[in-house]
Design a protein around this ligand. Structure first.
Ligand code: ZN
Length: 678
């Protein structure tokens, strides 16, 4: 059951923050209950659903007018603020109802033209529906329970059984002018109704206050949940999970195969894998084939997930099996496009014929996206859809909108607009693993790659520090605390990266530490420890990364943080320089052997960077020994400028983007002729 979380004290806080104006105080309550609704994924998810309130406002001439505040596109109900509920003049919106029809473009234009603030976001595509229903507060959700009810074949009978005549049905129409008209008519024909069920779409309810509307929303949703729970079947036993090594090999191969359909230059998709108990029970269903062919629980999901998942059977995950399954999917998608494009004058451009979701037997459900955020949204929606399907099948069936309606929604210009047309960041969709990520240079590298759109797996020995960095970068990055010199850790780190993102694109071997001592007296143990960290760990990570890159079959990159010590020895730094020079040789050897597979291998040769390796105390000591100020010591290079961690990070990004460079070492030391490579 969904809890009613209205709290008078919290509501009062929202009102007080809004000041003394009664309209602003009521809008504050609208914001408060919108957030309550938006923070429960079983009510709305990822921009779905919307709310409104009808208030009075003064226009620029001082005239008092009726306005509709309705959710602006791009706002999520869970985090909405007053600015996310822009005000529109209500009277001109009401006049529109006398029209027979209104094109989408004209509707968007007239809505924008009636905004009080010309800079406000576009009002929701469901604005006219909110305008034409008279109640003051209106709430619209795509609640899991209502989606289940809305997709039952006997939806009318079931709704009457639950609500009597207090819930009126609106037949399926695509959102926009025609749906608003139909809903307003149903509202007028059913004065006793306290809510509307939009068949195949969702739920509307209302009330004179924000609280009344919210109370009703929760009560009505719970009434449906209660009805469904009485019909729920005993849960199936979860499908047996594929052993971890097989899963770790399957996901990168799938990622590479999907990219193969997208084309040579397209980045590989990112994955979000869900393998919880509920998912694994769902995947044990005997009717998976039929359900995979059904469609989406509410129409606007189609732009996030495509209409149908790819069902990958346990027997499919051979190379050939996977490619066959994807080719069949692409053929079906192309045929679907060709069947419906003519209705739109043959003018549409086909979207890439790859799935947005994969149901992988024995593995789980996988959301696919061009970014980690898009993959997460697809996976979240899928988890909800599985609940809708499960409960729907137990209560009758799951009968969503048909193919033609699905197509119209998928290729509707207003839906495509939600996805945005901005150019993706240069490294969007690239998975980057950085070792030593929590150190000064590692963190600078992580930030620089994240700023270019990459998804990061942060690896470091310091658990607290690496988690803090992950939190700072955001939820679409991952962190792993481990000692990279331990046996098996490289493989474990790759497995964690695959589970988090589906594969790997770039390995940055950055972790290192400088052991000191004069070579002639250096204890063997010190030298061996230095080789473990500065050479053998990078070898192990490179080998593990190459096996993932090979499974994907789409090239990739290995980047190494070398060191000036590798080419220009410093007194007492032999224990550091020896493994680093071996690592520099390693990168050239790997570049030679892997170039044919499109795997580029490069390194950065940095010097005199303030970091864990060159601490403030060391800087002070060295500057003192040379009779220099610290600033002059750090700027002791051809450019006379201190070299910072961010400059090293810049070089790694530059190498990552340099598509025809391999076996290259880029020097970042402000200029030092003695240490120049060539
Ligand atoms: Zn809706």
């Amino acid at each position: 059951m969904i809890a009613n979380r209205w709290d008078e004290a919290q509501a009062a806080q929202f009102q007080d923050a809004a000041g003394s104006d009664p309209m602003a105080r009521e809008l504050a309550l609208r914001v408060y209950s919108s957030r309550l609704i938006g923070s429960d994924p079983d009510l709305v998810m990822h921009g779905g659903g919307n709310t409104s309130v009808k208030l009075r406002a003064r226009d620029v001439m001082g005239q008092e007018i009726d306005v509709l505040h309705v959710k602006g596109s791009g706002w999520d109900l869970g985090q909405i603020e007053a600015a996310g509920l822009p005000a529109l003049r209500l009277a001109p919106l009401l006049e529109l109802r006398s029209l027979e029809a209104l094109s989408d473009a004209a509707m968007v234009n007239v809505q924008r033209a009636n905004l009080l603030d010309s800079m406000a976001p576009n009002p929701s595509v469901e604005t006219l529906l909110h305008a034409w229903l008279p109640p003051r507060h209106i709430d619209h959700t795509h609640a899991t329970a209502f989606l289940t009810l809305a997709n039952l074949p006997e939806v009318a009978e079931a709704t009457r059984e639950i609500f009597g005549d207090r819930m009126a049905l609106v037949r399926y129409i695509m959102p926009g002018f025609a749906l608003a008209k139909a809903a307003a008519q149903v509202f007028e024909e059913n004065p006793q109704a306290e809510g509307l069920l939009l068949v195949n779409h969702g739920h509307f309810t209302w009330g004179p206050t924000a609280k009344d509307s919210y109370d009703r929303l929760i009560a009505q949703t719970n009434a449906v949940m209660d009805w469904l729970s009485q019909r729920r079947a005993a849960p199936l036993r979860p499908v047996a999970a594929l052993p971890a090594p097989e899963r770790a090999s399957l996901l990168p191969r799938l990622r590479g195969a999907v990219a193969g359909v997208l084309g040579d230059d397209a980045p590989m998709p990112l994955f979000d894998l869900r393998a919880g108990d509920a998912v694994m029970r769902f995947l044990a269903r005997p009717d998976l084939d039929a359900l995979a062919a059904r469609g989406v629980a509410t129409p606007d999901h189609v732009i996030r997930t495509k209409g149908h998942p790819l069902l990958l059977r346990r027997a499919d995950p051979t190379e050939a099996g996977m490619q066959r399954a994807l080719a069949e999917y692409a053929d079906r998608y192309a045929a679907y496009f060709d069947r419906h494009n003519p209705r739109h004058g043959g003018s549409l451009t086909r979207l890439p014929p790859v799935p947005g979701l994969v149901w992988a037997e024995g593995v789980g459900l996988i959301g696919l996206g061009a970014s980690r955020g898009a993959a997460r949204i697809a996976a979240d929606i899928c988890e909800q859809t599985l609940r809708v399907m499960q409960d729907g099948m137990a209560a009758g069936d799951f009968r969503p909108i048909g193919e033609a309606d699905l197509f119209d929604m998928e290729y509707w210009s207003l839906e495509q607009a939600k996805l945005g047309k901005s150019r993706p960041a240069p490294l969007q969709g690239r998975v980057v693993l950085v070792t030593g990520a929590a150190g000064a240079i590692g963190a600078a590298i992580a930030r620089a790659f994240a700023a270019q759109g990459a998804a990061l797996m942060l690896v470091d020995r310091d658990e607290a520090a690496v988690n803090t960095l992950r939190d700072a970068l955001g939820r679409d990055h991952a962190a792993l605390a481990c000692d990279i010199t331990e046996k098996g850790v490289a493989d474990a780190a790759m497995a964690a990266t695959i589970d988090a993102f589906g594969g790997l694109d770039i390995l940055i071997s950055n972790a290192g530490a400088a052991m000191q001592g004069a070579m002639a007296e250096l204890p063997e143990a010190t030298l061996r420890a230095s080789f473990e960290l500065n050479f053998f760990a990078p070898v192990a990570f490179a080998q593990a990364a190459v096996s993932v890159l090979r499974a994907q079959g789409r090239g990739g990159q290995l980047l190494f943080n070398v060191s000036k010590q590798a080419v220009n020895p410093g007194r007492d730094f032999g224990a550091y320089g020896l493994p680093k020079s071996a690592t520099m040789f390693l990168l050239r050897q790997l570049a030679l052997e892997l170039g044919g597979e499109g795997i580029r291998v490069n390194g950065v040769n940095a010097d005199r960077i303030r970091s864990g390796l060159l601490s403030d105390a060391m800087i002070a000591a060295r500057a003192h020994a040379r009779g220099l100020s610290e600033a002059d010591y750090l700027a002791g290079n051809l450019l006379h400028r201190e070299v910072e961690a961010r400059h090293v990070a810049q070089a790694f990004v530059a190498l990552a983007l340099s598509e025809r460079s391999t076996a290259h070492v880029m020097t970042v030391d402000g200029g030092n002729i003695e240490a120049a490579l060539r």
